[in-house]
Design a protein around this ligand. Structure first.
Ligand code: DX5
Ligand code: ZN
Length: 218
């Protein structure tokens, strides 16, 4: 199975973001993961539209934008305009999931939906025909560097079963506490996109860290 590695710039050296993006690209990263936090949906604040725009000018890789924000309907078009290729909203952040996923697709991006650790996979059965990516949070969203939540493994397996049942090509992405050890386990459970912040940008050698993550599959 082809795996996608998406380093999260939340853990990057922001003063040297251009260099960090280049290192990720040279190390073989597939996507760049950008965590947008609003201090409302999650208790932390991180990046907004201008940062996504800056990253767009610093890499050719697809931008995987993870919106941990309330009222995502107000911002989806703006993030698309500045170059987001994949836009993921949280299931818990909107009562109009179907409409917003459809909007993301109409704007020409891949439409992702993310689940907090306490939100069951079954909440996605009614959007499974339109969603392009399911992001299973393997920590509670808000910060990098947290410990992987164990029952996530069972949840990834459930998600893989659901995706295989519908027979569509849907990415299963995991985010939070992904390192060489947990990566092997989430891949075995059925994930195929690894988001990694601390284990990539927290490492002395970003290129090597990405290569090692890819090698866990072998
Ligand atoms: C957490 C973010 C993650 C974060 C992961 O709310 O969604 O993308 O960057 O960080 P690590 O890999 O350090 O757990
Ligand atoms: Zn994220």
């Amino acid at each position: 199975m082809e795996i996608v590695i998406a380093p999260s710039i939340l853990a990057a050296d922001l003063l040297h973001l251009g260099d960090q993006l280049r290192a990720a690209e040279e190390g073989g990263a597939d996507w760049i993961h950008i965590d947008v936090m609003d201090g409302h949906f999650v208790p932390n604040i991180s990046f907004g539209v201008p940062v996504v725009q800056a990253v767009r000018s610093g890499t050719k890789l697809p931008l995987d934008v993870h919106l941990m924000i309330s009222n995502p309907e107000q911002y989806i078009s703006k993030f698309r305009e500045v170059g987001a290729d994949i836009i993921t909203i949280h299931q818990e952040a909107t009562p109009h999931l179907h409409r917003l996923l459809s909007l993301i697709k109409e704007l020409g991006a891949l439409a992702g939906v993310s689940l907090n650790p306490s939100t069951p996979v079954q909440t996605l059965t009614e959007v499974i025909d339109i969603v392009d990516l399911i992001l299973i949070m393997t920590v509670n969203p808000g910060w990098g560097g947290q410990r992987f939540i164990e029952p996530s493994i069972r949840k990834i397996e459930q998600c893989r079963r659901l995706v295989n049942e519908v027979g569509r090509n849907i990415y299963i992405e995991v985010d939070g506490g992904i390192d060489n050890t947990t990566a092997a386990r989430v891949l075995a459970a059925g994930a195929n996109v690894l988001v990694a912040g601390t284990s990539v940008f927290g490492s002395k050698d970003v290129k090597q860290a990405i290569q090692k993550l890819r090698d866990v599959q072998k």
